[in-house]
Design a protein around this ligand. Sequence first.
Ligand code: ZN
Length: 240
Amino acid sequence: MTVAVLTDLHANLAALDAVLEALGPVGAVWVLGDIVGYGPDPDAVVRRLRARGAVAVRGNHDAAVTGVIGTDDFNPVAREAAHWTARTISAATRAWLHDLPERLEIGEMTLVHGSPRDPVWEYVTDARIAEANLPAFTTRHALVGHTHLPRIFRAEPDRVSSQVPVDGTVLALDERRCILNPGGVGQPRDMDPRACAMLLDPATGRAEWRRIAYPVGETQARMREAGLPGSLIDRLAADW
Ligand code: ZN
């Protein structure tokens, strides 16, 4: 069975639809949080995920729009978008987001948004932080999001290595423990506007990273209609 591993969708329906189409038929969809926030289509994104039977964990944005955490720690534009989302979403979307767990274990994989030791807030940005998180999960591997940056961290005998996967990068998982980040669907932060996704075959241990172009202008137009902050609209196209 092939699994689509997605994170940081951020209510970007055009990106999600392009990703689901590009990945083709998959046996399951696993989502690592930040399903909403920033973007213009929170209800439609949640409906799409529910229709696909996705399993998901909660991100900091999902927690904020459902009142599980406050928005004091958000930057001003993230807070403004979170409040817009909280005002906009349907009762069904709110209930589904509210009930998401912080952590899931599926076979050899732990799914969290931030990091295994701090699923809501910690960013796994480098090998040192990845190493410090290895004792915080009991499955062999962990899947994380939150940074919006595709990464492979792997425990070698003497150190934790760090790799930046690109479109088409394939990793063969083995006994070495890994923390893997697919990169963000709805708001990449590595100066490549294409959406990120990962295909995973848990049975064979094959993981493949993909970059998928989508109509960024469509999402930007929807954000303008919604009156979302201009800096959030601009950054979707950032390629400098
Ligand atoms: Zn995010």
